[in-house]
Design a protein around this ligand. Structure first.
Ligand code: GUN
Length: 281
C-alpha cells in the first residue's frame, strides 16, 4: 500500500478562508499582538508569517519587537498593558525568550482568555480536565488533519511520541478527548519500535530527524509527523523516516507541507474564538 498524503497546505488554506469569511461578517476586527524579544532569526520568520496571516484574514494584528536586552519586568509590563487593552483579543509571546527572562513566568502573566497559544497553566489544566479553553495550536492543527484524513478515532490505539508541554502532552489530551486509547512514548520508553507497531494513529513530535523508522509503522496506520529537522546536507526531514513509512501507512503527512501550515491557521482560529468569547458573541 502507498499512503495517501495529508495535504496540510490545502487544509490550512481552507481553514483560513473559513476564518476570513467569519471575520468579514463581524462588526469589529479581532485584535492580535505578537511579541518578539531579541533577534533570533527563526523567530523573526515565524512572527512575520503569523502577523501576515492574521492581516490576511482581516484581523487587527501587529508585532511588538523588543530588544534582546529587555528585562523580564519590562516584558511583564507590556503583557499587563495588552491584558488590559480592550482592543486586544489575543496575545502571543514568541519563544524562545532571552536567558534573563523566564518563559514560564511570562506565559503565566498572559490573561488566560487572551492566551491564543494555549500555554497558560489554566488552559493546560482545562484541557487536562476536559473543560473548554484555548488549546495549543500545533496539536489542534493535528486534530484538524486527522479529521480531514477521515481517521476513525473512537477506540483507536493512538501513540504520541514526545511529551513536551507545547505538543506531546496537549496532543495526548486531545486524542483522549476524541476517545482514542492513548499512549505517550518518550526518551525513556523501553521499546519504542514495539509501541509504534501497535499504533493505529501515530503522532511523532520529538524533534529528532527520522527517529521513527519506516518499518516501525503499522500497515494501515495514520501517521502525523510534527517534526521539522534540517539535516547537515540542507534537507528538511520529519521525525518519521518518510520513504519507508509511506509504503506502510494508509495516510501520512509530508514534511514540509503537513503539520507546519496548520499551526498558524489554528492560531487564527484561537484568536477568533478568544474574540468571540471575550465579547460574549
Ligand atoms: N516558538 C516556536 N513555536 C512557537 C509557538 O507555537 N508559539 C510561541 N509563542 N512560540 C513558539
Amino acid at each position: 500500500m502507498t499512503a495517501t498524503l495529508i495535504d496540510g497546505k490545502a487544509v490550512a488554506a481552507g481553514l483560513r478562508r473559513e476564518i476570513a469569511a467569519r471575520v468579514a461578517g463581524l462588526s469589529f476586527r479581532p485584535g492580535l499582538r505578537v511579541v518578539r524579544v531579541g533577534d533570533d532569526p527563526a523567530s523573526g520568520v515565524y512572527v512575520r508569517n503569523k502577523d501576515k496571516a492574521a492581516q490576511e484574514v482581516g484581523f487587527d494584528s501587529a508585532t511588538i519587537h523588543l530588544p534582546a536586552g529587555t528585562e523580564q519586568a519590562e516584558l511583564l509590563a507590556l503583557v499587563a498593558r495588552l491584558n488590559a487593552d480592550p482592543a486586544v483579543d489575543g496575545i502571543l509571546v514568541q519563544l524562545p525568550l532571552p536567558p534573563q527572562i523566564r518563559a514560564d513566568v511570562v506565559i503565566s502573566a498572559v490573561a488566560p482568555e487572551k492566551d491564543v497559544d494555549g500555554f497558560h497553566p489554566l488552559n493546560a489544566g482545562r484541557l487536562a480536565s476536559g473543560q473548554p479553553g484555548l488549546v495549543p495550536c500545533t496539536p489542534k492543527g493535528v486534530m484538524h488533519l486527522l479529521r480531514a484524513a477521515g481517521a476513525s478515532l473512537p477506540g483507536a490505539r493512538a501513540l504520541v511520541v514526545g511529551r513536551s508541554g507545547i505538543v506531546g502532552r496537549p496532543m495526548a489530551q486531545l486524542l483522549l478527548g476524541a476517545d482514542c486509547t492513548v499512549t505517550i512514548a518518550h526518551s525513556r520508553t523501553r521499546d519504542l519500535a514495539a509501541e509504534c507497531r501497535r499504533a493505529e494513529i501515530l503522532v511523532a513530535a520529538v524533534g529528532r530527524p527520522e527517529m521513527v523508522q519506516g518499518d516501525w509503522v503499522a500497515e494501515g496506520a495514520t501517521v502525523i509527523d510534527v517534526g521539522i529537522n534540517r539535516l547537515p546536507d540542507g534537507r528538511l526531514v520529519g521525525d518519521v523516516a518518510f520513504a519507508g513509512a509511506v509504503e506502510r501507512a494508509e495516510a501520512i503527512t509530508p514534511v514540509p507541507g503537513g503539520v507546519g501550515p496548520m499551526t498558524i491557521a489554528c492560531l487564527l482560529e484561537n484568536t477568533l474564538e478568544a474574540a468571540l468569547i471575550r465579547r460574549n458573541i
